[in-house]
Structure formats: structure tokens, C-alpha cells
Design a protein around this ligand. Structure first.
Ligand SMILES: C[S@@+](CC[C@H](N)C(=O)[O-])C[C@H]1O[C@@H](n2cnc3c(N)ncnc32)[C@H](O)[C@@H]1O
Length: 226
């Protein structure tokens, strides 16, 4: 049997330079199951976050924005469980897209969930979703803006689902560090899909790697109280 047919049957995805360029039959089944789960979770929250965005332009002051794709709910739920959120927490999703993550976190009893998003079409959708959220436990705020300009002073948890490239990421991390000097506190930084940019976070001497969250593809870094 040729290797392509064999991969198809044994359930391996086809990769080129580390990127998936084609899915096996089993890979395709897993992807449909995840999509069905995302639709079901959206329905439970009373929101709509599936699908992409209308335009794929790369925006932001560094021009390295990555297009919208929602964090899958199964990983998101594992992450929320892992975080043990408290009423002191201000959770920020940088590049919040349609607001899936902040809406899910908005069902927890925390101080506030905030999303920052660059694209106008996505900001409108995220705002509608935040308004419609079922089972809300806290304020869910959506801000239109560039992650580079955000003031992190009161944020305790920063989440990023590979929203932009290393140029923006470096500016964001420098601003978080600056905010620690202004308001010394413990901050947790969570990054999903760390293959390309995890190393940028590893290089921050004010952050300590706290490991992967299960099999979610999300890694955590923590600051010590300064
Ligand atoms: C991969 S999506 C993640 C969406 C969301 N966090 C989720 O998991 O459902 C990345 C998002 O970041 C936004 N984005 C890219 N660059 C940005 C920037 N500089 N400032 C704010 N948002 C940005 C994109 O428009 C996109 O919606």
C-alpha cells in the first residue's frame, strides 16, 4: 500500500514543514466532532462564535495580526477548570475575536472579563455575544483596539490564542512588565498554540514557565509578586 493511502487509514494527518496540509479520515472525523461540540457549547451559552471572519487582512500597528479562529471549547473548559478563578481576577483575552473565551469566562464569579479586538466586524459580534450571554456571573466588556496600546494595570490573567506575530507579542509583553512596576501583583499569562511563539515568552526573565495545561496546547507562565 502506498504511504499516502496508509496514512489515511491509520489516521495520520498529512504534514509539510510541520503544517497540516491534509487530514486523514480519522483526523476529519475528529475535526467534525470538535465543530459539533463548539456549536453545542455556543448554543448553551446563547452566543454565536463559530466560523471565521469576513476579511483576512493582517492588521495592527505591526501588521502581524492573525485571522480569527475560536479556541475550541473542550480546551477552553479544561483551562477554566485549571485556573481556579477568584473574585479578584480580571481576565483579558487579547484578540478576542467573536468573544467566545470572554463569554465562557464570564460565567465564572470573577471581577471582570475583558476582550480586546482590532477588527470592527468581530468587535460588533463579540459585543452582541456579550449581551446575549446566558448564565453570566460577571461583567463582560469588549474593547475595540490594538493589543499594543492596552493598559494592563488591573489585569491578573492574560490569555492569547496565537493572535499576532512576535513583533506585537514583544510589545505586549513589555507593556505587561511595565504594568507590574506600576501595580505590583501576580499575573498569569496563557498562550495557546505555542509552537512558534512560546520561545518569546520563555525569554522573559520576569516570567516563570508553569507548564502545559493538560493536552490543550495551552501553556502558562507566572510572575512572582514583585
Ligand atoms: C486566532 S483568533 C483568537 C480569537 C479568540 N481569542 C478565541 O479564541 O476565540 C486571533 C484574533 O486576534 C485578533 N487580532 C490580531 N491582531 C490583533 C491586535 N494587534 N490587537 C487586537 N486584536 C488582534 C484577530 O483579529 C483575531 O480575531
Amino acid at each position: 500500500m502506498n504511504p499516502i493511502k496508509l496514512s489515511y487509514y491509520v489516521g495520520r494527518n498529512f504534514k509539510y514543514s510541520g503544517k497540516v496540509i491534509g487530514r486523514s479520515f480519522l483526523g476529519e472525523c475528529k475535526s467534525w466532532r470538535a465543530k459539533a461540540n463548539d456549536l453545542r457549547c455556543d448554543r448553551n451559552l446563547g452566543i454565536c462564535t463559530v466560523g471565521g471572519s469576513e476579511s483576512d487582512d493582517l492588521l495592527g500597528s505591526e501588521g502581524d495580526g492573525i485571522k480569527y479562529l475560536g479556541q475550541d471549547y473542550s480546551s477552553l473548559n479544561i483551562m477554566v477548570e485549571h485556573l481556579n478563578l477568584t473574585t479578584e481576577d480580571v481576565f483579558l483575552d487579547l484578540g478576542c475575536g467573536k468573544g467566545r473565551v470572554i463569554c465562557r469566562v464570564g460565567q465564572e464569579n470573577i471581577r471582570k472579563a475583558v476582550g480586546v479586538e482590532l477588527r470592527d466586524d468581530l468587535v460588533e459580534i463579540a459585543k452582541d455575544n456579550a449581551t446575549q450571554l446566558a448564565g453570566r456571573q460577571t461583567q463582560v466588556e469588549v474593547i475595540r483596539g490594538d493589543a499594543c496600546d492596552y493598559d494592563f494595570t488591573d489585569v491578573t490573567i492574560v490569555f492569547m490564542y496565537e493572535p499576532f506575530g512576535w513583533k506585537t507579542l514583544k510589545r505586549v509583553l513589555a507593556n505587561i512588565e511595565k504594568s507590574l512596576r506600576k501595580n505590583p501583583r501576580s499575573v498569569r499569562v496563557l498562550f495557546s498554540r505555542t509552537e512558534r511563539f512560546g520561545v518569546v515568552l520563555d525569554m522573559c526573565d520576569w516570567l516563570t514557565p508553569a507548564g502545559a495545561i493538560g493536552q490543550t496546547g495551552i501553556r502558562e507562565w507566572r510572575t512572582a509578586k514583585i
